[in-house]
Ligand binder design. Structure first.
Ligand code: AMP
Ligand code: GLY
Length: 423
């Protein structure tokens, strides 16, 4: 029986909690900091510990005798929470700080991919304005400029014109738009194709993959508007055919996990491959993340038949081999309800009166919500994820939109074309 601590506050953590609660092995679930969708008895007080402070994290978790800590977001992993908990003998789902560099440092990720022979865009990295500027002028457009380090997903500029690349470099080096993370820049060849997100869960030795999902990063229908954290996703994505998946396993996941082992740092936890799949079905890695993707997780996890608690525990303890991981047939979709203005400055404190859904295939995952005097209000840009399972993709998409169209909340919006490309 297990007492679990889940760290995080987004739609991703709501989806993880939803699956953990289905486990017969769960005795109690606590979440920190959580959101308005979690029952009060699961939410830890905001002053329980300081995520940035090793001894505060260690002493709280040790005192409360958790059997497993599940880390949702990347920041604490990059800071080293995986190592802090290993030191005190607490199993953790999530990689060590060394392994989390795969997301924390684009430079580290690129170097390891090249060492492992994993297909990815040609790149060069620079620490100063003049030489990076000379390089983009030599290479020309289209080209991609990425601020190294965590820039909350905002560090990437896909430049169709040379002038955009010049502007991006100015913002990084001269205007210090991304602060410290602007001290190094990775410049990449532009890759053409369709994107897919594939998650692999590993215990250091063995791994399995979850269904390939396709995210919708732009804010508005037709892939228009600014980049966001993701406005909706569906899975399985037909772009990732059996043949493509085979290539992803042999060319991406197997060599990456092998490379981590060779470094003496076996990768435990979730490795997220953001892939570009070209018209010939050849996959290349756009980026790796060291955690579940959001919103993809909100459609991927409802497809899992296996017991997520058992899987997380096995990943932490190195006993994944033989653990049941089965997947449901059919398809799953998530549509994000966002606050007007998102991803720029957006409305907050929007009262949320949500109708109950009788549909057992539909779940409303909370993201940027909180309870104020017992009433649910919005606090974030991405407010809810409407997740639905169906016999096929159309069925799942129809269910999500049937629910979303059954009510109206002012100052919110959602994309009407999630999964449209695959229907
Ligand atoms: P990221 O913030 O790293 O997820 O990147 C944001 C988006 O930029 C990705 O989802 C891709 O759509 C795009 N992108 C990043 N690198 C490349 C590349 N080398 N070629 C084409 N598109 C890219
Ligand atoms: N949905 C993209 C991400 O989680 O990074």
């Amino acid at each position: 029986m297990s007492k679990i601590l889940l760290i995080g506050s987004g739609g991703r953590e709501s989806a993880i909690a939803f699956k953990l609660r289905q486990s017969s092995k769960l005795t109690s679930l606590h979440v920190f900091p959580g959101n308005g969708g979690f029952p009060d008895n699961e939410i830890l007080a905001a002053n329980s510990f300081d995520l940035k402070d090793k001894s505060s994290v260690q002493s709280f978790i040790q005192k409360n005798e958790y059997d497993l800590v599940v880390v949702g977001p990347e920041d604490p992993l990059v800071d080293g929470i995986g190592d802090w908990l290993a030191e005190i003998g607490i199993p953790v789902f999530g990689p060590s700080a060394y392994c989390a560099q795969i997301e924390g440092s684009k430079e580290f990720a690129k170097a390891l991919m090249i060492e492992a022979g994993v297909p990815t865009a040609k790149y060069a990295s620079f620490t100063d304005y003049d030489s990076s500027l000379a390089y983009v002028r030599k290479e020309g457009a289209p080209i991609v400029v990425k601020a190294d380090g965590l820039a909350a997903g905002k560090g990437v500029t896909v430049c169709t014109e040379l002038s955009q690349a010049e502007q991006a470099l100015k913002e990084i080096f001269l205007d210090h738009k991304f602060g410290k993370s602007g001290s190094r820049v990775v410049i990449e060849e532009f890759m053409d194709g369709q994107e897919a997100s594939i998650f692999a869960i590993s215990d250091g030795e063995t791994y399995f993959t979850l269904p390939a999902a396709q995210d919708h990063k732009r804010a508005y229908d037709g892939d228009l508007g600014p980049n966001t954290g993701g406005m909706g996703a569906y899975c399985p994505a037909p772009i990732a055919s059996e043949e493509v998946l085979q290539k992803v396993n042999t060319r991406v996941f197997q060599p990456m996990f092998e490379a981590f082992r060779k470094k003496g740092h076996p990768y435990k936890g979730l490795l997220y491959a953001g892939l570009m799949i070209d018209s010939k079905g050849e996959p290349k890695v756009v980026e790796f993340n060291c955690r579940f993707g959001d919103p993809e997780t909100q459609c991927v996890l409802p497809m899992l038949e296996g017991d997520l608690l058992e899987i997380f525990m096995a990943s932490a303890k190195g006993t994944l081999k033989g653990v049941k991981t089965g997947l449901r047939s059919g398809a799953s979709t998530v549509v994000v309800l966002a606050a007007e203005g998102y991803p720029d400055s957006y409305a907050k404190n929007i009262p949320l009166n949500l109708p109950k859904s009788e549909n057992k295939d539909l779940v409303v995952f909370h993201a940027g919500t909180s309870k104020k005097d017992g009433n649910l209000v919005s606090t974030g840009g991405r407010i809810l994820g409407i997740s639905s399972y169906g016999n096929d993709l159309k069925d799942s998409v129809d269910k999500a939109y049937a629910y979303l169209n059954s009510f109206q909340i002012s100052k919110t919006f959602f994309r009407k074309d999630i999964a449209k490309k695959a229907l």
